[in-house]
Design a protein around this ligand. Structure first.
Ligand code: OGA
Ligand code: NI
Length: 355
């Protein structure tokens, strides 16, 4: 999803938390929420904590330890496109505050949440995204989507004022997750062998969006999806799972596998923009979210994206002597194509490939 307020079509959809609360255990899930792709491609394996790459940010930022840790980061970016970040520097206090506030927000009565509802054809606020036709399937989730950086781009109409500390904790989480994403981007530039300044130049003002996801329980959990399979459009996603209810799944080598996210660790995804800038050296990981049959699941993602006017294409240093695997377009154009592709249920990354 892009960082802008978007003017593309975005239809209002029923509130899923309400829907889940009104369905009893024996009633059938409406057909629009049943995903044949979830039924046809069930999860096949678990990725164990020993297999998922883990990087220690404290070690990465320590000159004496950085080299060894960088090798892990390189492996994670090239072979996975998803990794856990430990020792990330976000305090326990802030983690528990943001988790509590998000949980409290979703507990509010619908009327109070709807004060911050999306307005027509805008992605910001409480609602759901990527629905442009009455025929489209619907995901089993509600979300709160906010443009969060640069701070001057915030539209406070959509920032919940309840619970009373929510705005402050969102602001702090936005800042902390941006710092982590910028540190990783700088380290990744080094791994690619390109000047970090040339990369950071594409991220002027450090645009960022936040998305809090609420996945109600579903009695037919294996037929619905909380988020359908996708890669994130931005460069780097930093994701915090709010409770210990798991649900994240990745498509690793053609098999859907569930990922166990330990409490208070962060999940990082490489997004399309970084795959393209790296000329395919780094991979954007395809992922989706399964919902639980009896428990709610909550998460918050912070997406760091390039500046709208930045040209997203393979970095010149990476294509000397080898071919460009992707076309070059402005990030704003790529984001529009991404949204259109998600609404049409296609991949925009595929259309960027040169041959
Ligand atoms: C997303 C996403 C994962 C999660 O919102 O793009 O992939 O665990 N969320 O909620
Ligand atoms: Ni995602």
């Amino acid at each position: 999803m892009g960082s802008g307020g978007e003017s593309l079509k975005n239809l209002k959809v029923p509130n899923v938390q309400e829907l889940a609360a009104t369905l009893d255990k024996t009633s059938e899930i409406p057909q629009r929420y049943i995903w044949p792709e979830a039924i046809a491609n069930p999860v096949q394996s678990n990725i164990s904590i020993d297999d998922l790459p883990i990087v220690d940010l404290g070690r990465l930022l320590d000159p004496a330890l950085c080299q060894e840790e960088s090798a892990k980061l390189e492996h994670a970016c090239q072979e996975w496109g998803i990794f856990l970040v430990v020792n990330h520097g976000i305090s326990k206090e802030l983690l528990s505050k943001i988790k509590d506030d998000i949980t409290e927000f979703f507990k509010l009565p619908l009327k109070e949440k709807e004060i911050f509802a999306q307005i027509p054809n805008n992605f910001q606020g409480y609602g759901q995204a990527f629905v442009a036709s009455e025929k489209q399937k619907l995901v089993w989730a509600d979300m709160l989507y906010l443009v969060s950086r640069p701070p001057t781009s915030r539209d406070m109409r959509f920032w919940p004022s309840k619970p009373p500390t929510f705005r402050e904790s969102l602001d702090k989480f936005s800042c902390a997750s941006k710092e982590i994403a910028i540190s990783l981007l700088t380290l990744m530039s080094g791994i690619l062998g390109v000047d970090p300044e040339a990369v950071l130049d594409k991220f002027k003002d450090e645009p960022q969006a936040l998305k809090a996801n609420y996945y109600p329980p579903c009695s037919e959990a294996d037929k619905v999806l909380g988020v359908k399979s996708h890669t994130d459009t931005q460069a780097i996603t930093v994701l915090l799972q709010v409770s210990d209810v798991q649900g994240l799944q990745v498509n690793k080598d053609g098999r859907w596998s569930s990922v166990h996210v330990p409490a208070d660790d962060l999940v990082v995804f490489i997004g399309d923009a970084l795959e393209i800038l790296s000329n395919g050296k780094f991979k954007a990981m395809e992922h989706r979210v399964a919902v639980h049959n009896t428990k709610e699941r909550i998460s918050i993602a912070a997406f760091l994206s390039p500046t709208d006017t930045a040209i997203i294409g393979p970095l010149p240093e990476l294509v000397r002597g080898s071919s460009e695997k992707y076309k070059s377009v402005s990030y704003a154009d790529y984001r529009q194509a991404y949204i259109a592709a998600r609404q049409a249920e296609r991949s925009s990354l595929e259309s960027m490939k040169s041959v």
